[in-house]
Design a protein around this ligand. Structure first.
Ligand SMILES: Cc1ncc(COP(=O)(O)O)c(C=O)c1O
Length: 395
């Protein structure tokens, strides 16, 4: 099998822009597993960075894509396609009453959310958006300016104006930053790239109150933590408060590119024809995939499994914490889990990979686990065994 792929590394090196530094060639996937070019099996506890939440090549999603691909792939948004309103209804019925704008990626969904806030604030003299330190919102210029880590912005100055960053989970810092120019507060309920850091319930409730008092929008970026990852369909549902706007992408299509942001009905008219658009946003094909994803999550009790396996793996990892001094803590929500280390996660990830477990880094010292939400207990045990072997070698 490896012979089929012998020139791929060469082609990659010569012709693909080196914005990533991948070392492994993956050629197929099924459920919680992916296989490399040597036909070696890996348990994928990264899920394509929280994308393949219901497993690789999920049969229901593949069937929906195959069926739609022979019916209608693309029509302009100048026309209605049957799958877009169907998907919008499925999202709204699990979120809050409102309307959806469809995009293609997390950054594009967030970019639209930012434009909505600016448009809404434009006749009120409010254009500034407060976001959180250590947040990640994407790589376009606006979402980069929103992102609360300097390292991503280095070399791309000047930053787009109108963004400020405050410490996460610190309500006083947020209160101090709000002014009569503030249009919105934007945050990830669970910070992903920043190090798997959940907002506290008190904090999120206080932020909601602050937004209500000051008449500003509350916008949640659920690109990584949404779509069931935390055990609720939307992460904000863990907090008992609703944002005014929420974005989604990554797992929405389980690998088929699609993003979206949802606004409360009160703000449904803010963006009018001609103010925002996307050629590929919400194609019949992308929406067919996402409809199948949502149905699957419901029909197969995926959220219930996420909660159960999340509790189990977290309890087991906490035992590791007591055993290995280099583990400083375990945190997260549902199956969005961070193991806080006393060293870079990149010192451990290759050894896990060698033994057949894919894990991800987050922040500087966090080992991030994002298994599929369909993961079985046997697969969790397999991952724990590999981690134990690698951790034993380090201890
Ligand atoms: C919270 C969050 N927002 C936005 C993005 C950007 O999404 P995309 O890479 O699809 O543009 C990411 C990607 O990791 C993310 O984690």
């Amino acid at each position: 099998m490896s012979n089929n792929y012998t020139n791929i590394f060469e082609l990659q090196k010569k012709y693909v822009m080196p914005t990533y530094a991948p070392s492994k060639l993956l050629v197929r996937g099924q459920g919680s597993y992916v296989w490399d070019d040597q036909d070696k099996r890996h348990l994928d506890f990264g899920s394509g960075i929280s994308v393949c939440n219901i497993g690789h090549c999920n049969p229901a999603v593949s069937a929906a894509i195959c069926s739609q691909v022979n019916k209608l792939v693309h029509v302009s948004n100048l026309y209605i396609n049957e799958n877009q309103p169907r998907l919008a209804e499925k999202l709204i019925s699990r979120c809050f009453d409102g309307v959806v704008f469809f995009a293609n990626s997390g950054a594009e969904a967030n970019e639209g959310m930012i434009k909505l806030a600016r448009k809404w604030g434009s006749d009120k003299g409010r254009h500034e958006i407060i976001t959180m330190q250590d947040s990640f919102h994407g790589r376009t210029l606006a979402t980069l300016a929103a992102t609360g880590r300097d390292k991503y912005r280095k070399g791309f100055s000047p930053d787009m104006p109108g963004f400020s960053h405050v410490p996460f989970n610190d309500i006083q810092a947020l209160k101090d930053a709000v002014s009569d120019k503030t249009a919105a507060i934007m945050l990830e309920p669970v910070q992903g790239e920043g190090g798997i850091l959940p907002a506290s319930v008190d904090y999120i409730r206080a932020v909601r109150e602050l937004c209500d008092e000051q008449g500003i929008l509350l916008m949640f970026d659920e690109v990584q933590c949404g779509m069931g990852r935390t055990g609720k369909f939307f992460a904000f549902q863990n907090y008992g408060v609703e944002p005014d706007v929420v974005s989604s992408a990554k797992a929405l299509g389980n690998g088929f590119p699609i993003g979206a942001f949802i606004v409360k009905r009160k703000y449904a008219e803010v963006l009018q024809p001609g103010t925002h658009a996307s050629t590929f946003g919400g194609t019949p094909l992308a929406c067919a995939a996402a409809c199948a994803v949502i149905d699957y999550i419901e029909d197969h009790k995926v959220l219930e499994n996420c909660i159960e396996q999340g509790k189990y793996i977290t309890a087991e990892l906490n035992k590791f914490k007591d055993k290995y001094s280099f583990i400083q803590g375990v945190r997260g929500l549902g199956l969005m889990i961070g193991i806080v280390l006393d060293r870079s996660a990149m010192e451990i990830i290759p050894a896990l990979m060698e033994k057949g477990l894919i894990a991800l880094p987050a922040g500087e010292t966090v080992l991030r686990l994002l298994p599929p939400l369909t993961v079985s207990k046997a697969e969790v045990d397999e991952a724990l065994k590999i981690m134990q072997e690698v951790f034993d070698g380090l201890a």
